[in-house]
Design a binder for this molecule. Structure first.
Ligand SMILES: [Zn+2]
Length: 224
């Protein structure tokens, strides 16, 4: 789980600092994944494997990027593309709709999707989704699904995965995701085991800035 692929503008901003992996470090991570024999896959690949037994490459790994920051396009995307790797980008659609300059544009999201990246919803405005009405969830979850279908995937497919804003959810949100045909959702809880049984609470390993090779390998579940 990545957020920003850029150095934080102010090093004293601890929250932003911990969400920011500088591009040079990100490149080292990709090099290490290749050296250790990992193959990046999409959540679609993972789901097809769990559901239908579709084969996966040895050492599969899903790289996720939250919030749809501009550096997903300027820093992460070109480095993934150059290595023929894939990434899953969870976007907050109103940041795009209102042309927030720190976020992607729909043209960028579409270009990334056409180059084999997954563009999936992370809500409309990034609210806490717990204890909300049905209508609120329609606005925050179904709206983004429809916009991504149209603007990023050109109506050739629709998103099937969801990322809870700040990792927060309740049973109502999970039930809602099932009714709108979302197949699985990711949290911010750490872990390495993903099954159909825990599909609406899939764990992710948080990549922090300044990790050394050993720490990064441990995150992958390597015994080092
Ligand atoms: Zn987020």
């Amino acid at each position: 789980m990545y957020h920003y692929i850029s150095a934080p503008p102010t090093p004293n901003d601890r929250l932003r600092y911990n969400l920011s992996v500088p591009p040079a470090e990100f490149e080292l991570h990709l090099d290490m994944l290749q050296r250790l024999g990992y193959t990046t896959i999409s959540l679609y690949d993972l789901y097809a494997h769990l559901k239908d037994g579709a084969p996966l490459p040895p050492k599969p790994v899903v790289l996720t990027f939250d919030d749809g920051y501009l550096d997903a396009y300027t820093e992460a995307f070109p480095r993934l593309k150059a290595r023929k790797m894939t990434g899953t980008f969870f976007i907050v659609t109103d940041f795009i709709n209102f042309r927030n300059p720190n976020h992607l544009t729909w043209a960028m999201a579409r270009e990334m999707a056409e180059a084999g990246m997954s563009i999936e919803p992370h809500s409309r405005t990034h609210p806490d989704l717990r204890n909300r009405s049905h209508n609120f969830l329609v606005w925050e979850i179904l709206g983004p699904i429809e916009q991504i279908t149209y603007y990023a995937y050109g109506e050739r497919r629709r998103p099937r995965f969801f990322c809870y804003p700040s990792g927060q959810y309740d049973d109502h949100v999970i039930r809602f995701l099932k009714t709108v045909d979302i197949w699985a959702a990711v949290t911010t809880q750490p872990g390495l085991v993903h099954t159909l049984q825990n599909a609406y609470t899939w764990s992710r390993q948080r990549v922090l800035p300044g990790m050394n090779a050993k720490q990064f390998a441990r995150l992958l579940g390597e015994s080092v």
